[in-house]
Design a protein around this ligand. Structure first.
Ligand code: FAD
Ligand code: UDP
Length: 382
């Protein structure tokens, strides 16, 4: 049995730690923060007793049965459907764009088929295979909706023109010609009754796991362990030797009120002149609870500086080139596997993070049993 060090107590680190611990390996998990669950961390606000999503709104959604069973093993998931509203031009609409959005926006009463034809007529058919965010939007939703809902929100969120961003970012959002306003298409969706932190604590609660919080990784630690799993930033592992991979960071500005402040968990602000991207009212994530007061977070996005928390990997051309170089360096390392959102520099949802962590743990166990060198990355990440 091996002594293994895992850097990061988010979903990546915790899930891998649990799988390795369950077969008898001795695992130490460290995290520089004073809590587990990484960016999914939730805490009860002292003034209101409301469960707050400290690093931004997190809604669990997946099509993967194994992942859904896994999360339910460690905490009770309550039924929750994410329904987002968006403000543009001083009016409130439903998101993702659906028949209600289209009919309200254009003051129409179109049927699904009529709406499809109506939007198709506005789309830019000269774009065959959209590569960029802007091309994807102009091809599939047309200019008026693009400019109202996506253009300026995206500039605020990503700090660059949508023509510089990949089409994949917009493809995260459905476009519907019916009145379904569920933000996600997945089969399973929910919110943990006791928050994400409680789930990650339960995952880490095993006699073969030692957890050390407020513990930053330093190189000398390595000698006490036979293997390491790294879920911190890929470039940080190499002390940013080749330069920094680009990230966006977020600032959350809390404010309090009585009763119901905005009537919904998340409202997006799509206009250029509004400096924030969205406001989250946390109590609406737990409709089964009763609170007389309320807390909201205003969310601002900006370039990530040295001492900021990295949130969204930007993955522009320059980043991808640098990423390729760091991946080459990582492939040549011995005794370490890179995982997760930061370790592989990708935009990963929680369900994909858990799926990959389970697969990585299996692959590691297989390599240990067969005395093979484990892969630095479980899959190609560019
Ligand atoms: P992290 O959660 O980032 O954990 C990495 C951990 O490593 C951190 O705790 C960090 O402190 C620690 N660490 C880093 N470097 C060191 C070091 N040198 N020494 C010690 N510790 C270190 N996903 C969804 O499915 N649904 C959502 O609604 C959703 N909303 C999101 C909203 C926002 C604003 C963001 C940014 C992400 C959202 N996600 C959502 C994605 C979700 O946050 C990630 O999938 C998840 O956090 C990835 O887990 P991880 O363990 O890979 O990384
Ligand atoms: N987006 C937008 N307007 C909105 C919501 C989303 O322009 O009102 C764009 C934005 O670029 C965002 C992307 O669509 O990054 C994907 O949206 P999603 O809600 O998946 O973003 P998340 O905050 O979950 O990363």
């Amino acid at each position: 049995m091996k002594k293994i060090l895992i850097v990061g107590a988010g979903f990546s680190g915790a899930v891998i730690a649990r799988s390795l611990a369950e077969v008898g390996h001795k695992v130490t998990v460290i995290d520089s923060r004073d809590h587990v669950a990484g960016n999914c961390h939730t805490y009860r606000d002292e003034k209101t007793d409301i469960m707050v999503h400290k690093y931004g709104p997190h809604i669990f959604h997946t099509d993967n049965e194994t992942v859904w069973e896994y999360i339910n093993r460690f905490g009770e998931m309550m039924p929750y459907v994410n329904r987002v509203k968006a403000v543009t031009g001083n009016r409130v609409y439903s998101l993702p764009i659906n028949l209600h959005t289209i009919n309200q926006f254009f003051s129409e009463t179109l049927s699904p088929n009529d709406a499809k034809a109506f939007i198709e007529a506005q789309s830019d058919k000269s774009i065959d295979e959209p590569q960029t965010f802007e091309e994807q939007a102009l091809r599939f939703v047309g200019k008026p909706l693009y400019e109202a809902f996506f253009k300026y929100y995206t500039i605020k969120q990503w700090g660059t023109e949508p023509s510089n961003l990949p089409a994949s970012i917009l493809k995260r959002l459905p476009l519907r010609f019916n009145y379904d306003d569920n933000y996600f298409n997945h089969k399973y969706q929910g919110m943990p009754r006791n928050g994400y932190t409680s789930i990650v604590e339960n995952i880490l609660n095993h006699h073969n796991i030692e957890l050390k919080l407020e513990t930053e990784y330093f190189e000398e630690m390595r000698s006490d362990f036979e293997y390491m799993v790294w879920s911190g930033p890929l470039d940080a592992y190499f002390n940013h030797r080749l330069g920094r991979l680009g990230y966006r960071t977020l600032d959350f500005v809390p404010f309090y009120g009585e009763g119901d402040i905005q009537g919904n968990a998340v409202i997006n602000y799509c206009d250029e002149q509004v400096p924030y991207t969205r406001i989250t009212e946390h109590k609406h994530f737990a409709p089964w609870e009763d609170h007389s007061k309320s807390i909201c977070y205003k969310e601002y996005s900006r370039a990530c500086d040295k001492n900021d928390i990295p949130y969204y990997p930007i993955r522009l051309m320059n980043d991808k080139k640098l990423l390729g170089q760091y991946i080459d360096m990582a492939q040549r390392c011995n005794g370490v596997t890179f995982v997760g959102r930061l370790g592989t520099y990708r935009y990963l949802d929680m369900d994909v993070t858990i799926k990959e962590a389970l697969e990585t743990a299996d692959a590691l166990l297989h390599s240990f049993e067969n005395s093979k060198k484990p892969k630095a990355f479980y899959q190609t990440v560019i």
